[in-house]
Design a protein around this ligand. Structure first.
Ligand code: DC
Length: 228
């Protein structure tokens, strides 16, 4: 479905708050395109990692950016697939070590600037639900709806714990909690586009919610704001 007026819904929040699964389900329900911007940063991080460039080496990162072609395509199933210089890296970017690399790389203003246009371009061409850290504040400041989705670190670590357990790749809960705290700290204390709610964002705390409850709440907020 494509409306004549493009609608943009920005969903920001910390790691593990359930943004992607909730945003994806809401987009499907509304017939919007779901854009996972974390995957864009992860793809760039994967590119730097393959070249042996550390995220802190700003000069080397900047020099490599023009040869780091990041693109999004949508499969027949409607799911977002990520390409790095033409190679499908959709699965590779989910490796646990890529999470922290992406978080570190995303602190560089040159990286953020490099990836900005492709995000705005998606919203210019489609009605979108876009999730990330700075969508409501920087990428789409004029978004029709802005939601800041959060949950306690313990709740987020527990969700990830269950997710990994179900996938057959369990990890220690304490370690996951520590990792979430480290990424929160990294993402919210950086100077460039830090994680924070936009002044006009609705803050939705999903601590203790089921997935269905969070989906229902988010759809209510969106429908109320754009009278769908
Ligand atoms: O959402 P995610 O965990 O896949 O994102 C990976 C990292 O990318 C995250 O730790 C911070 C960065 N990121 C960002 O800086 N800005 C965004 N809009 C999305 C992600």
């Amino acid at each position: 479905m494509e409306q004549s007026r493009r609608i943009a819904v920005a969903i920001d929040g910390p790691s593990g708050a359930g943004k992607s699964s909730i945003a994806r389900a809401a987009a499907r329900e509304l017939g919007f395109v779901y854009v996972d911007t974390g995957a864009i940063y992860r793809t760039a991080a994967c590119g730097m990692n393959r070249r042996g460039i550390a995220p802190e080496d700003a000069a080397a990162v900047e020099a490599a950016l023009p040869e780091t072609a990041v693109s999004i395509q949508y499969g027949a199933d409607g799911l977002q697939r990520m390409y790095l210089n033409g190679e499908d890296v959709t699965d590779a970017i989910r490796l646990p070590e890529v999470s922290m690399l992406a978080s570190r790389l995303s602190a560089l203003p040159a990286v953020r600037a490099f990836l900005l246009d492709m995000q705005r371009d998606m919203a210019a061409r489609h009605s979108v639900i876009m999730d990330g850290r700075d969508i409501g504040t920087v990428v789409l400041p004029g978004a029709d709806v802005k939601i800041f989705l959060t949950a306690s670190p313990e709740d987020r670590a527990m969700r990830r714990f269950r997710e990994l357990e179900a996938r057959g790749t369990p990890k220690d809960y304490g370690e996951l909690l520590e990792e979430i705290r480290r990424r929160d700290d990294n993402d919210s204390r950086r100077a460039a586009a830090p994680l924070r709610p936009a002044a006009d964002a609705v803050v939705l705390d999903t601590t203790g919610n089921t997935f269905e409850q969070s989906c229902r709440q988010i759809l209510e907020i969106i429908r109320e704001r754009i009278a769908l």
